[in-house]
Design a protein around this ligand. Structure first.
Ligand code: PLP
Length: 434
């Protein structure tokens, strides 16, 4: 469920006309719905309501300060993957003490910052990392709480670039050697063994791989509890969202039309399967959703520059490009593209929707059927709240888009469009070229 819909012929975010936003801030612009995010948090909490649950929002999905503050107001912690992300949480007034620090390459400086910020725990990916955390904690005279990320070797059946829980990728420690790693961790003087972590991948659209992975790790934890006083089990993130039919998925009737067993992965289905498996452990459960919380809460609004009619194909050339939204180029991912002004009297057309960058990869959709739109009119990319702005670059010396947050009938700019001056601010021409 989300809060993007047509009011009359104009696409709105909550009670705000997208055209009113772009009238002020231009295009391309990301627009986010605060109410959608709050609803997503509540739904997930309810679906696992029987557990002692702590949500750590995986902020790499969307790390804008405004959204971090919103999450903080909603009572979540954060799943952090860099020193920069720790600093963002601090800058937004968020709570590092209920956050976890994940990632395969934590530097000494990052570990130190996390310890000084009193992070809830480190999610450890290797034995050498454990030794390094122990060393830094010792230097600071503190104890670091840790969970080891175990790799349950379950295929999440998602895109190869976002599958993380099989034995042939870089994440975690295989289950068969994890017990030894825990025994080694327990001997380190500045480490406190606090939990067990798993995360099998992203954009999972069925509950099966989650069930399989949790069912594999639960007996391992039960055994581990004989020797270690564990506090929590972190089951990672990965809950997928609707990309096809994204606009319709905001409507309750759309969900209701599915037979129970065919309904797209919902937090309710996720909770119904996992809660009974997790309950017997008696542990606090950490959840690290990123995409699920913000993915359907954002759109990217772009303007049509040209409709180029070719002999065999039409090209809709728009003012956003792969630097603004890289997911189609990087993951071959699908985004629904809809007109900001709907006009049912117009015929549909079939076109490739492309950006202005000189790469054939700068293509958002091929042979897409869309309402005819022309120069100056706008389209919106649905489900663009996650792994979208955070992956934006300045390629082609294009400034990154503006970002706006909407709540009910209020909206505010939360990130200015990047200017040319912003882009060259750190650059200089060396003296030997003068
Ligand atoms: C990226 C990541 C997440 C969040 O994944 P989503 O698919 O966005 O929910 C959670 N935990 C870890 C360790 C991650 O790397």
């Amino acid at each position: 469920m989300h809060h993007f819909s047509y009011h009359g012929s104009s696409l709105h975010c909550e009670d705000v006309d997208l055209a009113a936003i772009t009238g002020l801030y231009g295009t391309p612009t990301y627009v986010y719905s605060a109410t959608t995010i709050a609803d997503n948090v509540t739904r997930l909490q309810r679906s696992l309501g029987g557990l002692d649950l702590q949500i750590c929002y995986a902020m790499k999905a969307n790390s804008s300060l405004a959204l971090l503050r919103l999450f903080s107001n909603l009572g979540t912690g954060y799943d952090l993957v860099s020193g920069g992300e720790i600093r963002r949480v601090l800058a937004a007034g968020g709570d590092v003490k209920s956050s976890v620090f994940a990632g395969v390459g934590k530097t000494e400086a990052e570990i130190e910052l996390a310890l000084k910020s009193e992070v809830f725990a480190f999610h450890v990916e290797s034995e050498p990392e454990l030794a390094r955390i122990n060393y830094v904690a010792g230097r600071l005279g503190v104890k670091a709480s840790i969970a080891i990320r175990v790799n349950p070797d379950v295929d999440a059946k998602t895109h190869a670039k976002i599958t993380t829980g099989t034995s042939d990728n870089k994440f975690g420690i295989p289950m068969r050697v994890a017990a030894a790693a825990y025994a080694a961790a327990a001997k380190l003087p500045h480490i406190r063994v606090a939990g067990v972590q798993m995360h099998i991948g992203s954009q999972l659209t069925s509950v099966g791989p989650f069930r399989e992975a949790v069912a594999k790790v639960v007996p391992f934890i039960a055994k581990l509890q004989e020797d270690h006083a564990l506090e929590y089990f972190s089951i990672g993130g990965g809950i997928g969202i609707i990309y096809e039919d994204a606009l319709a998925s905001g409507v309750q009737a759309w969900w209701d039309a599915f037979p129970d067993e065919e309904r797209p992965l919902t937090p309710e289905a996720y909770g119904a399967v996992l809660e009974p498996l997790l309950m017997p452990l008696g542990l606090k459960i950490l959840l690290e959703p990123g995409r699920f919380l913000v993915g359907n809460a954002g759109v990217l609004v772009s303007r049509v520059e040209y409709l180029k009619r070719g002999a065999d194909k039409n090209f809709l050339v728009i003012d956003s490009a792969m630097n603004d939204l890289v997911r189609p180029a990087m993951y071959e991912s699908y985004h629904e593209i809809v007109p900001v002004e709907r006009d049912s009297s117009r015929a549909a057309m079939t076109a490739d929707v492309v950006g202005p960058i000189c790469e054939s990869g700068d293509c958002f959709a091929q042979d897409r059927e869309i309402q005819s739109v022309g120069e100056g009119e706008m389209v919106a990319f649905m489900s663009a709240g996650a792994y979208a702005f955070t992956m934006a670059s300045r390629y082609n010396t294009r400034g990154r888009p503006a970002e706006v947050l909407v709540q009910d009938s209020a909206f505010e700019l939360i990130n200015k469009r990047e200017t040319f001056e912003d882009q060259i601010a750190g650059e200089q021409i060396p003296a030997f070229l003068a």
